[in-house]
Ligand binder design. Structure first.
Ligand code: TMP
Length: 253
């Protein structure tokens, strides 16, 4: 196959030029990073799992009318997506205190929040993705007030959908991060869910045991990350065959 043009390479994914204008191919790597890439490893099979899981969540969102960049899965590691202009914000929704909110505000991890809290972080690795207020976002032109209203509404719809799906398989959706993209249709612009939705960007706790089934397993050295993601995929019924050996041929006797 002809070598495709690489558009962008991030910590966990690569974007290639798509087959048609307005499309891109998103490739999921096995690389795991945490703490702004200070901690790094390669987790065999993670990319395959996240490709499947992101497909599953994005397809579900599309089906209930929450627009996303997802078009179709192409193979084990790649999906076809709409090309968007990424809003430079990480949009975090929290249902239960954990991670940075627990540290910043001294709320014990596991405390249920009185309502879902939406936070914005400015996407800039050099600055360590700092928490910002709507005031900063509008003053610096990262998004307009109407954009922010749409972003909050999208984020809360994603929260309702994902919480429901995860509850159905005995998992508590503690928090998650999404990214939003801007697309142009003729002279109109629209905001859609972009990037990925996977256990890399969520906190997922088993409802019975409290076991972590997300990237905290890697961040906090709690066990095998691929096993945790495989468990999420298995419960959701989206487990591809041969996940952890996706890149190696298996000898069948
Ligand atoms: P935090 O508690 O570290 O702020 O993380 C909140 C949520 O956002 C959690 O589900 C993990 C996710 N997240 C990312 O997807 N990317 C990041 O760079 C960070 C810091 C968090």
């Amino acid at each position: 196959m002809a070598r495709r043009k690489k558009i962008y390479e991030g910590k966990a994914k690569i974007l290639y030029e798509g087959p048609e204008p307005g499309t891109l191919v998103q490739y999921f790597k096995d690389d795991a990073t945490a703490f702004n890439a200070q901690k790094k490893d390669v987790i065999e099979g993670k990319g395959v799992l996240n490709n499947r899981l992101s497909e599953y969540f994005m397809t579900g969102l599309n089906s209930i009318g929450v627009p996303t960049h997802f078009i179709k899965r192409l193979n084990m590691r790649e999906q076809l997506i709409r090309s968007v202009e990424i809003i430079p914000l990480e949009v975090v929704v929290r249902n239960v205190a954990a991670g940075s909110i627990s540290k910043r505000l001294g709320i014990p991890e596991g405390t249920a929040l009185p309502r879902p809290i939406v936070e914005f972080y400015y996407k800039d690795d050099k600055l360590g993705d700092p928490l910002v207020a709507e005031e900063h976002i509008i003053a610096f032109g990262w998004a307009s007030q109407p954009d922010l209203d749409d972003i909050v509404s999208l984020a809360l719809r994603v929260n309702d959908f994902l919480s429901g799906v995860m509850t159905g398989v005995g998992i508590k959706l503690v928090d998650f991060k999404i990214e939003i993209g801007r697309i142009w249709e003729n002279d109109f612009q629209r905001l859609i869910v972009a990037d990925e939705i996977s256990p890399d960007s969520c906190r997922l706790w088993d409802m019975k045991t409290g076991e972590h089934l997300d990237k905290d397993v890697f961040r906090r050295d709690l066990g095998n990350l691929a096993d945790a993601y495989t468990e999420v995929a298995r419960r959701l019924g989206v487990l591809p065959t041969n996940v952890t050996h996706a890149t190696k041929p298996t000898l069948i006797n």
